[in-house]
Design a protein around this ligand. Structure first.
Ligand code: AMP
Ligand code: FE
Ligand code: FE
Ligand code: ZN
Length: 275
């Protein structure tokens, strides 16, 4: 069984349609189970469901919520929840609105730095997306010839601390767990030891999050080196949390290291989480 529980389509910042992603998952990556977890949006679920039925693969409907905990950005994966739950729908809408509202200020900073772009220049890269985020600004910077790829656009410009960085709203982590659980879903902290969230997510914090209903930790992720994976595995074992593995696929929006199936979830862990 090949199980990949974290991927992005062009409904957020991936580059494949949900249909193309599901077809690739089945035919190229030979996955048996794939989760679609677009950032703060469930707008790809219906198309992905039709495609999964066409190709005979198991689809897990999910989302990756942009949250904050003790000042650090933390991504929370939510699975198999009611997509019409009013409180959750409203919070996801608020995160997406924060992303959209930030765009003019990012463009003003880029213009000051000598890289003028119009909103239309950016919006062509987020046509199918539920909101326009930094990756779409990065795509416009690449198209204008200002930088060579998304990574170069983040480094020094769009990243936290970069010259064109602008804060946006994120859901408080505890509230996000509560909302997904309240909507009947499961929750897993995505790549907990990548970048800034590493400093705040330790054993004690995971124990607290578990008491709020957290179900699992994403252990096997390209951002985690072998030592981080071992450390997170020890925490998950100690707290009896599910351990997942996934690619965080974004199509051509991220490197080969994020290919579909690059990291997988153990079938027993998948069963515990979603069975
Ligand atoms: P936003 O949510 O609009 O603030 O943009 C953050 C998203 O940008 C993250 O969820 C990542 O998927 C993506 N991202 C962050 N850093 C990079 C990078 N260096 N290269 C490509 N995409 C990135
Ligand atoms: Fe992303
Ligand atoms: Fe993430
Ligand atoms: Zn992701």
């Amino acid at each position: 069984m090949r199980i990949d529980l974290h991927t992005h389509s062009d409904r957020s910042d991936g580059t494949d349609s949900p249909r193309a992603l599901v077809h690739k998952a089945a035919r190229e990556a030979a996955l048996d189970v794939v989760a679609l977890t677009d950032h703060d949006a469930t707008t790809g679920w219906a198309e992905a469901r039709l495609a999964a039925d066409e190709v005979g693969i198991t689809l897990v409907e999910g989302v990756e919520i942009s949250t904050t905990y003790r000042g650090a950005s933390v991504h929370l994966l939510g699975y198999a929840f009611d997509p019409d739950d009013a409180a959750l729908v409203e919070e996801l809408r608020r995160v997406r609105a924060g992303r959209d509202e930030r765009l003019p200020r990012i463009l003003a900073k880029l213009a000051e730095a000598g890289m003028p772009l119009t909103e239309a220049d950016v919006l062509v890269h987020s046509e199918n997306a539920a909101a326009t985020g930094r990756p779409h600004v990065a795509d416009a910077m690449v198209a204008a010839g200002y930088v060579k790829d998304r990574t170069s656009a983040f480094d020094g410009w769009l990243n936290t601390g970069g010259r064109a960085h602008v804060e946006r709203y994120s859901a408080p982590l505890e509230q996000a767990i509560d909302l997904v659980k309240g909507a009947g879903g499961r929750t897993v902290v995505a790549h907990p030891w990548s970048r800034e969230s590493r400093a705040v997510l330790d054993l004690e914090v995971f124990a607290h999050l578990r008491s709020l209903g957290l179900d699992g930790i994403e252990v096997d992720h390209v951002d985690h080196d072998p030592a981080s994976r071992a450390g997170l595995r020890a925490i998950a074992t100690e707290l009896d949390l599910v351990m997942t593995g996934s690619s965080d696929y974004h199509g051509t929006g991220k490197s080969e290291a994020f290919s579909l199936g690059a990291n997988l979830t153990d079938p027993g862990q998948h069963e515990r989480l979603l069975g």
